[in-house]
Write a protein that binds this ligand. Sequence first.
Ligand SMILES: *Cc1c(COP(=O)(O)O)cnc(C)c1O
Length: 407
Amino acid sequence: MSETIYFDNNATTMTAPEVVEAMLPFFSRRYGNPSSMYPFGGETAKEIRRARESTAALLGCDPKEIIFTSCGTESDNTAIWSALRTQPDRRHLVTSRTEHQAILSNLPLLRKMGYRVTEVGVDESGRLLWDQFLEALTPDTALATFLWANNETGVIFPVAEMAEACAERGITFHTDAVQAVGKIPLNLAATKIDLLSISGHKYHAPKGVGAIYVRRGLKFSPFLIGGHQENGRRGGTENVPYIVGVGRAAELALANLADEKTRVRSLRDKLEKGLTSAITHTRVNGGGADRVPNTTNISFEYVEGEAILLHLAGQGLCASSGSACTSGSLEPSHVLRAMGVPFTAAHGSIRLSLSVHNTEAEVDQALKIFPPIIAKLRAMSPFWRGDGPDPGGRLTCETGACQVCDP
Ligand SMILES: *Cc1c(COP(=O)(O)O)cnc(C)c1O
């Protein structure tokens, strides 16, 4: 058994050995600037072209529609600010209550600048409230931006249909597809999606490289203003080794899609079913919705997610929790709160996210590791009264410092 079981692939993934190998020459002998006129530079420009083609093949679009960026966050920011700058008379944005911080953290600034922002809610399974979404779209809306797949629960939003609805109303549609790419097939040419963000380190490229898809013909305003790189749409000398790496990762992701759809899904399902049948008082957050194949988010009621993580880490299992315990206040995930997950469950939520590099032996090992940890923590919990129908009292914020939990 390997010493580390890595089930946190929605946080980041291992850089694939093939990707590292493809990158290495560009750190040493192939250092030419792709903008140079001589062949030593032009050779690297050719490699960037290939990476653009590979990325476009993964997304089902034209290579000319791809701009390389430094990360998913830059791509998200680029989408928002480009949509606003190119439509200065529109002052409204639509998004959801379950977005990633790369979108959400822009909202306070936008509101301060006088933009109106509507955050559409979700149901108890994390599915978008469709009527609320349609009602939010107005002639003043500059941009609708929604996750394709949720990073915490794996829940998929129907972005193709949403983009259609926006196109009918003349509204630009962006999707953060960071957690969808490499997990489900994407075919952008068949959709009305205008802008789409991806990040290399979520599909086995290194951290620090991403891309944005900009539909041909869409008005665009660069986020990084500078040189003529990326067809004048993103200034800054190209990060050649990383772009080569993210291109190679796209080729691997495309080749691995079938494995992701079948083997990874069945590993995730085995893990999820194994844990929820061996341990009482659990719930799968987003289990009722369409999800990407690699993610499960399970609440172990009456225990703290952070405590579970520490015990898992002690046994070499890497996962993440839906609550962040910072400065004495326990703040449950905004995604689980939007889904109306009760306090006692939200605080004990664990996200397990697999990849094509995981094995069945690791799932079997995890199924052995979990039950004693939960039993031990529940035995210590003042709210736990056994496995009966009503095992415990309601957890409340001990510190009283938590501003987000229901009172
Ligand atoms: C990881 C992630 C991002 C941010 O990507 P970075 O490359 O780390 O900046 C954005 N959106 C989602 C959904 C993510 O999971």
